[in-house]
Design a protein around this ligand. Structure first.
Ligand code: XMP
Length: 214
């Protein structure tokens, strides 16, 4: 894929805005500073699924839809997202290995990431090891684990080999980029600390500098 993303950046930008023009402008301006851009429901609900194709002109797009349904429904959603050129999709893992396998099978070229622990405490905290196990067995490309809970992140890294880990929770949720990378994160997901900044490009540059100091 010939896109202006910075392959050596460790930042995934969480583009959590509603407005199309704001989203496109941010994507255009920030694409060459980030590894990928993650979209969540806000921009899709406001603009429809075609916004994925529009944004894909600027960066690899990861759809954070946190799939959590039975296998057939997860499959239908995944196939639809793939048609619009997304690079990756995020699924929950707590619905079990059948659903995860359905997502992986229907993803085509898309990379599948599964959530094994949240950046806030949740009921899946008690089963993160089983979720890692199921995710590895299902053949996902990567895991989502909390950057702002480095002890938990380290435990997840220790049981998951060298699979990619993408980690939200830096900045607005209190996490620190260096401790997250030291604990085993490959990429750090950051939203509000970038798009709420008066200087989003400067904010990303600072995070990139911090990440490459290690
Ligand atoms: P902020 O603004 O907090 O944005 O930097 C973080 C982004 O990541 C999402 N998020 C999560 N996604 N597991 C996930 O898969 C999590 O535990 C988690 N916590 C935050 C959030 O929706 C936002 O897009």
């Amino acid at each position: 894929m010939d896109l202006p993303t910075m392959e050596d950046s460790k930042i995934i930008f969480a583009l959590d805005v509603y407005d199309r023009d704001t989203g496109i402008e941010l994507a255009k301006n920030l694409a060459d500073q980030v590894f990928a851009i993650k979209v969540n429901w806000p921009i899709i609900l406001e603009n429809g699924i075609k916004i994925i194709s529009e944004l894909s002109k600027y960066s690899k797009i990861i759809c954070d839809f946190k799939l959590a349904d039975v296998e057939n429904t997860d499959k239908l959603i995944t196939e639809k997202v793939a048609q619009y050129g997304a690079w990756g999709i995020i699924s929950h893992a707590f619905t079990g290995i059948k659903s995860l396998r359905a997502v992986v099978k229907s993803a085509g070229q898309m990379k599948v990431f599964s959530v094994v622990s949240m950046s806030q405490e949740s009921y899946i905290d008690n089963v993160y090891d089983k979720l890692v196990d199921d995710s590895l067995k299902a053949g996902v490309f990567g895991l989502v684990a909390p950057a702002n809970r480095p002890d938990r992140l380290k435990k997840i890294r220790d049981i998951s080999g060298d699979i990619k880990i993408i980690a939200p929770g830096v900045g607005a949720q209190g996490g620190n980029i260096i401790s997250a990378i030291m604990a085993g994160a490959d990429y750090i997901i950051i939203g509000r600390s970038i798009y709420d900044s008066p200087d989003p490009i400067g904010a990303i540059k600072k995070f990139n500098d911090e990440a490459t100091k290690l």
